[in-house]
Design a protein around this ligand. Structure first.
Ligand code: ADP
Ligand code: MG
Length: 362
């Protein structure tokens, strides 16, 4: 008899700690109340069937020897990749069908890809009674994206989708893989605002920033920028190329802001946390140069809206979205205010996603 199950995995938003992952640094995020749901059942035949309301192309492939799909069906690679990685690790997996539903916008920087992987993984765990430790599960999902789909991403997306907690942020140390939950200020909401302009120069700019960070670490004689304090960086400033210095200043500053942010959260000080978010954005704008005029406009507008504690670009940058920490009772009002002013100022149509922090995958 076919066995059926359902799973759900949320998206996430980065709150502080921008581009710190590949510098072996620290980051704060939150899982959000937008998620991918996967319903499915075991199949007697060794096939993988994947459907999504996202696409009219249904996928039905042999489970043995799964290959990367191209073209219209490429979205299914995130799910298939999870099956591939589970099998590589010798988990006993038979045929399955999965139907995906989502209210998580794809490509908006809210990590729909990780949610898709985690939802699939949780579903397969239920269908085939697999026991996998949560951190190990995050790594399996990351490998599906890195090694099967072929997209470089850090562990944060999958960790957030698995370790998120309602009312709490997720802390990840990308070097030690320590994970913790830190309470967010009560009565706050998270407002994601997508700038409505496609990512610019994706890939090229991102890889260039990585290389510049690695060059900075090499010039400073450390394995990664994680190993440098603000004081050490200032002491070495004179012998660094000015551009490399600024790139390093962003990463070093972000790591320090994550630790300061945790202290602020532990004190319940939303204002102090928000101020760190504004400083983070300013550092993106001037040091890391991964902001855009649209993201700058969104942060400037947010700063003047009553009820906003802080605002910054979130994720890679070069387009995408901002995240603001907002008084919960005002979030709809703030979203409308930013929307109107942003369009008036830039001529672009943005899109607001008022969010709450949420529990990780079931
Ligand atoms: P992000 O993770 O920031 O949303 P990505 O580019 O990493 O952006 O992942 C988006 C991709 O994930 C989409 O192009 C699509 O292939 C896949 N995807 C996201 N949501 C769904 C869904 N509901 N059904 C099928 N595929 C999806
Ligand atoms: Mg993604």
């Amino acid at each position: 008899m076919n066995h059926s199950a359902t799973s759900r995995a949320p998206g996430r938003v980065e709150l502080l700690g921008n581009h710190t992952d590949y510098n072996e640094g620290v980051v704060l995020s939150a899982a959000i109340n937008y998620a991918v749901t996967a319903r499915g059942e075991t199949l007697p035949e060794r096939r993988a069937r994947v459907n999504s309301e996202f696409s009219s192309e249904a996928v039905d492939v042999a489970l043995d020897g799964l290959d990367l799909l191209a073209g219209e069906s490429a979205w299914a690679n995130y799910s298939l990749g999870v099956a591939v990685m589970l099998r590589e690790e010798n988990y006993q997996l038979g045929g399955f069908s999965v139907q995906l539903e989502s209210n998580l916008p794809a490509g908006a920087g809210l990590s729909s890809s990780a949610a898709l992987e985690v939802a699939t993984a949780r579903l397969l765990m239920k269908l085939y009674s697999l026991k996998i430790d949560p951190l190990h599960l995050a790594k399996i999902c990351r490998r599906a994206e890195n090694d099967f789909v072929g997209v470089k991403c850090g562990l944060l997306d999958q960790v957030s989708s698995i370790f998120g907690k309602k009312g709490q942020a997720v802390y990840l140390d990308c070097r030690s893989e320590e994970i913790d939950n830190i309470p967010l200020p009560p009565d706050t909401a998270l407002l994601v605002f997508h700038c409505g302009v496609a990512h610019r120069l994706v890939g090229g700019e991102y890889n260039e920033r990585r290389e510049q960070c690695f060059a900075a670490a090499a010039a400073l004689g450390v394995p990664a920028l994680r190993d440098v304090t603000g004081e050490q960086l200032e002491a070495a400033r004179g012998r660094l190329d000015p551009l490399i210095y600024r790139r390093a200043a962003h990463i070093v500053g972000e790591n320090e802001r994550v630790f300061a942010g945790i202290e602020a959260l532990r004190r319940g000080d939303g204002k102090a946390f928000g101020e760190l978010m504004f400083i983070s954005h300013e550092s993106s704008r001037t040091n890391f140069e991964n902001s855009t005029p649209e993201l700058d406009a969104l942060v400037e507008i947010a700063r003047d809206e009553p009820g906003v504690y802080g605002s910054r670009l979130t994720g890679g940058g070069f387009g995408g979205a901002t995240i603001s920490l907002v008084e919960r009772s005002r979030v709809e009002e703030v979203a409308r205010g930013i929307d109107a002013k942003y369009t008036a100022r830039t001529g672009n149509r943005g899109r607001a996603y008022p969010c709450e922090s949420a529990d990780g995958a079931e």
